[in-house]
Design a protein around this ligand. Structure first.
Ligand code: AMP
Ligand code: GLY
Length: 416
């Protein structure tokens, strides 16, 4: 079969790698892809939000399945557009993608279906939102409702910071329409965990948990990033905790979507905050995580295309996920300055010497036969090993071989 993967990051490289190992897949296109995907598939120069062009391409090439990596096209309705043309595509439709596209939508759903989450209030006017801050203690979490490229959440330590965040979102429109509605939310303490799940509308099937490291620097210092590294399986989620997550968090999601008539098919990423016995949902995403995917798919033994077809036919209840016994570690190599401003176009060397596992490309491009940096997160260096410690050693051994100007990474990914 012919498959089209949409996106250009490490997640999409890992998806492309995984399906390239499927005996059922003959040809893979990636739109727009990166230097890494171009080595195992054919890159197509179409942007992820150019839905008409993507539909036209899928029709022209008679693509059998399209897999969407990032949230933007899902929220824009790519699934509706493909399905209207009778094209098969994995992901939630525009209505179901609201679980990532609107924090107010998600909070209302969580509350209605009694899924544990932080107390919140929703506002559509600046004055009312400022007055509402008095209903909360500090720190207070201020969230722009819509998609804001991961920057729409501010943890305000005092009223001045909360008002500044509200001014930025609602008056200065830093995130455009995304800030027309804001959510004020009680601050939760604890540690974060991400659970990625396959969903077919009837069944929600969690993958083995991956642990992300969101802060830029060692020891969880510095700014929040998209993720500086991951390991899987998580040491923090044991079987007893997973059983509770299934009954208290995941099953009520299915009850809720059925009750609401929301047709959710694809991936649900559940972001949790855990403290002692308290498990709260921080957010939903409607796609795989990046860099969670880079340690999850290499450990998955099932053929991904079999799972995708089971989702399509609502047979996920018949699927058993099988996992490698090995541990996986992914270390992100980032451009100096990330997650703030950074330079692009630096030559990357040593890629051919890093052979312990997979070097997933997150932000790269090929120019005249050279691989150049093209993003904040540049590479995800993944290795598998019998223990977490071995996987870590192998990943960092490969990291040592790769260089580009300004490169930095955390040295404590997967440290117990
Ligand atoms: P979100 O996009 O809603 O997950 O928020 C992004 C990040 O902000 C999360 O990964 C957390 O690190 C942090 N965050 C969001 N909501 C809360 C909260 N209620 N309490 C503490 N931290 C939060
Ligand atoms: N690593 C977090 C995310 O993909 O949103």
């Amino acid at each position: 079969m012919k498959v089209l993967v949409i996106g250009s990051g490490g997640r999409e490289h890992a998806i492309t790698q995984k399906i390239s190992e499927s005996p059922r897949v003959d040809k893979i296109f990636v739109a727009p892809g990166n230097a890494g995907t171009s080595q195992i598939a054919e890159n197509i120069n179409i942007r992820v939000d150019d839905i008409p062009m993507l539909v036209a391409f899928a029709q022209k090439e008679a693509i059998d399945w399209t897999i969407v990596g990032p949230e933007l096209p899902l929220v824009l309705g790519i699934v509706d557009a493909f399905e209207n043309e009778g094209l098969k595509i994995l992901g939630p439709n525009a209505r179901a993608a609201q679980f990532e596209g609107s924090k107010a939508f998600t909070k209302a759903f969580l509350k209605k279906y009694e899924i544990p989450t932080a107390a919140y209030e929703e506002y559509t006017s600046l004055e009312a939102a400022k007055a509402g801050c008095a209903h909360f203690d500090y720190p207070l979490v201020v969230k722009a409702d819509g998609l804001a490229a991961g920057k729409g959440v501010v943890i305000a330590q005092n009223e001045a910071e909360a008002f500044e965040a509200l001014d930025d979102m609602m008056a200065h429109k830093h995130f455009g329409d995304a800030g027309e509605v804001v959510v004020l939310e009680a601050f939760l303490r604890g540690y974060e965990a991400s659970i990625l799940c396959f969903v077919d509308g009837e069944t929600i099937l969690p993958m083995q948990a991956a642990q992300d490291h969101k802060k830029a620097f060692d020891g969880d210092l510095g700014l929040n990033t998209g993720g500086m590294g991951t390991y899987s399986p998580s040491l923090k989620i044991d079987d007893a905790m997973m059983a509770r997550i299934q009954t208290e968090i995941l099953n009520p999601f299915i009850t809720g979507i059925k009750e609401e008539g929301i047709d959710f098919k694809g991936i649900l990423f559940v972001g949790l905050m855990i403290e002692g016995d308290d498990i709260n949902v921080l957010e939903y995403n409607v796609r795989l995580g990046d860099p969670e995917t880079e340690v999850t798919l290499p450990r998955l033994k099932n053929d991904l295309m079999d799972i995708i077809e089971a989702i399509d036919q609502q047979r996920l209840n018949e699927v058993t996920l099988e996992w490698s016994e090995e541990h996986a570690v992914c270390v992100i190599l980032a451009s100096g300055g990330y997650p703030e401003s950074y330079e692009k176009g630096k030559v990357i060397t040593g890629l051919d010497k890093a052979l312990n596992g997979y070097v997933f490309h997150c932000g790269t491009k090929m120019v005249d036969g050279q691989v150049l940096t093209n993003g904040g997160r540049v590479l995800g260096v993944t290795a598998l090993g019998e223990t977490l410690e071995v996987a870590r050693q192998l990943a960092y051994e490969d990291v040592e071989k790769i260089t580009f100007e300004g490169m930095f990474c955390r040295t404590d990914i997967g440290v117990k």
